[in-house]
Every structure is written in structure tokens, then in C-alpha cells.
Design a protein around this ligand. Structure first.
Ligand code: LLP
Length: 419
């Protein structure tokens, strides 16, 4: 399967049973719209693929989107959480996750944050030896796992590859056994091992290589006298963003990765931390055409979402498929760049897209916007954060109000002497 296909009715795009123009009219643009059924289905797909072979926990990497309603849906599904900050931990607790469903994996963690996280009772996945020394003081006897550097990397670009040798993440491979033994000496209780090779990888092989590294380390750790309860292979399952891009074979990944652990180790529980796979194609970004410009050598569709709303194209050169939801399936007449209202030429959503001739007010739909879309949005150019909407059973509900401009001033202070 490639990217999702949407129905067209009277030339309008239908998203999860709703006309995208109706959603845009009701909630305004730009706005992120999530299909609840698809979100649940994505979670179940990963869980089913792996639980066929091993005891499995799917920890949603909530950095992809931390909306409380989305978290709540995944909590209902039985998901666990991969959290990377005290903010994410507290947000997930608020959404209804119990501490034993949350694993915290920080990097360059401050002592203050480590104390706060330890107090919540979630499992801490240690990223450095110094973090371990500090946790042993803060919470003697705490169960822990360690993120190791697998020296295997994969991802959609340099900026999101995390498992390579020399990366800032994890315990270097040649120090892993020593670190587990030191943890025991310090009175900590090491129960698991973790790695994350990167985000958006589209091939199965790097995950198998990662599993082989983890299996070897599990055995070395066991030979040193420490038996582990789980292995966590991190996230990183890629999804197709282009119409003809192939989807990675999840069944193959599950069968081959679990095989490595089953054949070579005594560990029988696997944890995964997918973020993108779960939320990416459940969500679209709706933005309105504000203007159409012919710049001579180029035509532009101006829209009301810029890189303040979706930064992935500007930041990673990421491709997001784009369609005109108000003229869906209509004849395409020209090539357009789709660009937003931010005063930088790097502000674009798509280059050279063949689309029907648009007009002001058309609803432009950006596909696959769920992962790292809203969560990386900002107030740049003093634009308010946009609304988020959930669609279920042909009904749309607001799950985040559009920010008010005044709210951007809330925490700012003009000192007395300047008044
Ligand atoms: N686990 C750990 C420890 C991670 O650092 C990440 C992502 C994940 C799991 C989830 O990875 P996923 O399954 O979503 O690929 N902002 C970038 C992606 C950054 C990912 C960072 N870490 C983007 O928009 O592509």
C-alpha cells in the first residue's frame, strides 16, 4: 500500500466520512484533523504484527503528537508511552496513563529533571553513566534500563539518524556490560535494554542489524550475571509519503526481528516505540488558499499555513503530498509551489505540484501531517498555534482550540522601569 486514498464527492475531498470544506468552515484554518479510526487501526497493526511472536508492548512515542485526546485514545487501546521530557511524562499521566505504562528516555538530562521524573514513578531508561550515578543517589534500588548506541543508523535524513557510532545518544557499545555491572554495584536494578536507530527508515535490514547487536549485548550482560526482562528496539518505522512509495513490510520486520531474540537470547518481551507509524497518516493539515501568484517562471498557491504550522518541509526537506480538497479529482492545469505566510523564502509546503487551478478559499489538504506536525509548530511571526480536530464516525470535535493572539503575551513582562 502506498499513501492513503481519499474519496471524492461532488469534487470535494471526504476525510473520515466528512467533507473537508465543512471541517474547515466549522473550525477555521489552518487546522490539523485526525481520523480516530485510523489512529486506532495503526496502533493495532503494530501490536498485532509483533505480539504474534513475542510478548509485546507498544509504547507510543508521544513526541509525535501529545494532544490529550489522542493520548487518551491510545491509552484506551492499551498502549504504553515513550516520553522524553518531564513535560511529556506529566502530560501522559494527565491523559490517564499509569506510571507503569510510561518509560522515560532523556538525553543530557538535568539533575532537576531527573529528580522530577523519578518522583513520578515511571521507568527511567538511562542514557549516560553520569545519569546512572545521579539516579542511584536520587532513587536507590530503582529499576532501570539503558539506552545503548547500537552503531546502526537509519532514517529519512541525517538529522534524524540516532544510532550511529559517536551519536550523542546512549551508552557506547564497548562500555555496556561494565555499565550494567556498575548499576548493580550502585544498588540499581537493571531490567531492560533499549536502542533507537533513527526515524522514518523504510528498510527492514537496519532493524535486524540493530536486533543482532542488542541480542549480543543481552547475552554478554547475562554472562556477567544479569538477566534482563525486556528488550526495547525503539521507534523509527517509516511510512510512505509519496503516492507510489512502497510501505515497509511490518510483518516481515516483526517476524525477523523477533526471530533474532527468540533464537539467540532468553529475553521474551519486546517493546517498540513507534511515533510516526501510529499518528502520521491518521492526520491531515487543512489550510486555505489565500492568494494565487504568477511569478513569471513560477506559480504560487499562497496558503495560511507556513513553517510555523508544519516545519518538516523547511527543516528536513520532507515531502508531503498535497491536494486541493475543494477541487478534488479535477483536471490539473499547472505546476505550483505551495507556500505560507512566513517572511522567509524557505517557507514552503511543497514544490512543483501539479494541481487544478485554485481560487482564494479553496481548502488545500496536506497529507501525512500527524507525526511531528502540530508538535513542532511554533509562534514564529507571532502567529497563534492552530486548532486540532478529531473526526470519529462522521462527526468532528475540537480537541485543541486555536490559540488567541493575546495568549502569546501571557508570560511576558515589561519591567516597571520601562513603563
Ligand atoms: N524512540 C525514541 C527514543 C526516539 O527518539 C524517537 C524519535 C522515537 C522513539 C519515535 O520515532 P518514530 O517512530 O516516530 O520514527 N521530527 C522528526 C522526527 C524526529 C524523531 C525523534 N525521535 C520528523 O519530523 O521527521
Amino acid at each position: 500500500m502506498a499513501i492513503r486514498d481519499y474519496e471524492s464527492k461532488d469534487g470535494k475531498m471526504i476525510f473520515a466520512g466528512m467533507n473537508v470544506e465543512d471541517i474547515a468552515n466549522e473550525f477555521g484554518t489552518p487546522c490539523y484533523v485526525t481520523d480516530e479510526a485510523r489512529l486506532r487501526e495503526n496502533y493495532r497493526n503494530v501490536y498485532k504484527a509483533f505480539s504474534k511472536y513475542m510478548e509485546t508492548e507498544v509504547h507510543y512515542a508521544c513526541k509525535a503528537n501529545t494532544n490529550l485526546a489522542i493520548l487518551r485514545i491510545l491509552q484506551q487501546e492499551g498502549a504504553g508511552i515513550d516520553a522524553v521530557s518531564i513535560g511529556e511524562v506529566l502530560t501522559c499521566l494527565k491523559a490517564g496513563f499509569s506510571p507503569d505504562k510510561i518509560m522515560y528516555t532523556g538525553v543530557f538530562v538535568s539533575t532537576e529533571e531527573l529528580k522530577q521524573v523519578a518522583e513520578t514513578g515511571v521507568l527511567i531508561n538511562l542514557d549516560s553513566e553520569y545519569e546512572m550515578e545521579r539516579l542511584a543517589q536520587i532513587k536507590p534500588g530503582a529499576p532501570v534500563s539503558f539506552r545503548i548506541t547500537p552503531e546502526v543508523g537509519s532514517g529519512h535524513g541525517e538529522k534524524v539518524i540516532t544510532g550511529n557510532k559517536g551519536a550523542k545518544f546512549g551508552i557506547p557499545r564497548d562500555r555496556v556490560v561494565e555499565t550494567y555491572l556498575r548499576a548493580q554495584d550502585l544498588g540499581l536494578n537493571p531490567i531492560g535494554i533499549h536502542a533507537h536507530i533513527g526515524s522514518g527508515g523504510q528498510r527492514v535490514e537496519p532493524f535486524i542489524e540493530e536486533a543482532e547487536v542488542l541480542a549480543e549485548l543481552i547475552n554478554q550482560i547475562e554472562e556477567a550475571g544479569i538477566s534482563l526482562q525486556f528488550v526495547d528496539i525503539g521507534g523509527g518505522i517509516g511510512v510512505p509519503y509519496k503516492p507510489n512509495e512502497e510501505e515497509m513490510d511490518l510483518g516481515e520486520m516483526a517476524s525477523e526481528v523477533t526471530d533474532v531474540f527468540e533464537q539467540n537470547t532468553n529475553v521474551r518481551k519486546i517493546i517498540l516505540e513507534p511515533g510516526r507509524y501510529i499518528i502520521c497518516d491518521a492526520t491531515v493539515l487543512l489550510t486555505r488558499c489565500t492568494d494565487v501568484k504568477d511569478a513569471g517562471i513560477k506559480k504560487y498557491i499562497g496558503v495560511d499555513a507556513g513553517f510555523n504550522t508544519l516545519i518538516r518541509p523547511a527543516m528536513y526537506d520532507s515531502y508531503h503530498y498535497i491536494q486541493n480538497g475543494s477541487r478534488f479529482g479535477k483536471a490539473c492545469t499547472a505546476k505550483y509551489d505551495i507556500a505560507g505566510p512566513i517572511c522567509e523564502s524557505g517557507d514552503y509546503l511543497g514544490h512543483e505540484r501539479v494541481l487544478p487551478e485554485p481560487a482564494e478559499g479553496d481548502v488545500i489538504v496536506v497529507y501525512n501531517a500527524g507525526a511531528y506536525g502540530f508538535s513542532m509548530s511554533s509562534n514564529y511571526n507571532s502567529r497563534p498555534l492552530c486548532a486540532e480536530v478529531l473526526v470519529n464516525d462522521g462527526k468532528a470535535e475540537l480537541i485543541r482550540e486555536k490559540e488567541k493572539i493575546e495568549e502569546q503575551w501571557r508570560h511576558q513582562i515589561i519591567p516597571e522601569r520601562l513603563q
